[in-house]
Design a protein around this ligand. Structure first.
Ligand code: GUN
Length: 306
């Protein structure tokens, strides 16, 4: 049986380590402050944001959620962000993506002060990442590196293949793996012979957003698989196909109308991998843990502690 890389366990360890730093900041004057901007009613974003707020509260981080309507304009959101930039009690600003289609998302991300950019999405911080300079790193990629380190999985000298080239996961995780001395290939929808390229991976990061797309033929025996996908499958036949008729998954589907599936085939990965992240309970919890870590680090920098 492969090793299961338990994101909940690592998240709990990170939270435990953050607690004294948050207590020290609070004793100095005020707790770290995080503002989350959630525009519109994307159900997946609403769940993410609820979990972010809940985790902040558990840790004693002050958090605020701003919920502009789905009709919000770029100018209105720019104003919201500028107000948050100016507030002393806010150390971190997160603008939940995706934004409604009429909003110029790149302009909004550019407006977030780089010193409060806890997502690591501002071009200054993307530049810091590429240059290997200090600065906040995108949360999901940072969580993936943290998970590999804490499970003692070596990265240096390994062949890493990242499937997906998004600004949120694919590009930054490739850069972080490169900084850890992996030999990195980034693949995407136009990569020829995708399965053959993936079979070269000793570490495979799947961040495509298509349920169970990475099947056994993409996996070389002994690979470490990091599955970033959280795809909601709302078709019963699809659930039956992906989970090979699993009575538990079908019962869950019948109760809730959908089940979550990663980007990697959940049965093939067990057969072939040496270690893998489950969905749910793998990468997801780490994204939030790293957001908390980035918020605390931002508060410390702003308080002149480090
Ligand atoms: N949408 C999906 N993942 C993320 C993330 O890490 N940060 C933000 N801001 N939006 C997201």
């Amino acid at each position: 049986m492969p090793q299961i890389l338990d994101g909940n366990r690592v998240r709990d360890a990170i939270k435990t380590e953050l607690a004294p730093r948050i207590a020290a900041l609070t004793a100095l004057g005020r707790p770290p402050g995080l503002a989350v901007v959630l525009a519109g009613h994307n159900p997946a974003s609403e769940i993410y944001v609820r979990n972010k707020v809940k985790t902040s509260q558990e840790l004693g981080i002050h958090s605020e959620t701003l919920t502009p309507p789905v009709s919000v304009t770029t100018a209105e959101l720019l104003h919201t962000v500028e107000c948050l930039n100016a507030r002393d009690d806010i150390d971190g600003i997160l603008v939940q993506l995706p934004l409604p289609p009429q909003v110029d998302a790149k302009r909004i991300l550019l407006a977030v002060s780089p010193t409060k950019d806890v997502d690591g999405f501002h071009p200054c911080n993307v530049g810091n990442l590429v240059a290997g300079l200090p600065g906040p790193r995108a949360c999901t990629p940072a969580g993936i590196i943290e998970l590999l380190h804490r499970y003692g999985i070596p990265i240096a000298g390994k062949r890493a293949v990242v499937v997906g080239r998004s600004d949120i996961v694919g590009k930054p995780v490739a850069m972080l793996l490169l900084h850890q001395h992996a030999t990195v290939t980034i693949c995407h929808s136009r990569t020829p012979s995708l399965a053959a390229v993936c079979r070269e991976a000793e570490i495979l990061v799947a961040a495509i957003g298509r349920a169970a797309m990475i099947t056994g033929e993409f996996l070389t025996p002994g690979v470490t698989v990091i599955d970033v996908g959280t795809n909601r499958v709302d078709n019963r036949a699809e659930v039956a196909r992906i989970f090979r008729g699993s009575p538990e998954k079908l019962a869950a589907f019948d109760k809730r109308g959908s089940v979550l599936a990663g980007d990697v085939d959940p049965l093939d990965v067990v057969e072939k991998a040496a270690a893998y992240t489950p969905v749910p309970g793998g990468v997801g919890p780490l994204t939030i843990a790293m957001l908390m870590a980035n918020t605390v680090a931002s508060a410390e920098r702003r308080a002149g502690i480090c």
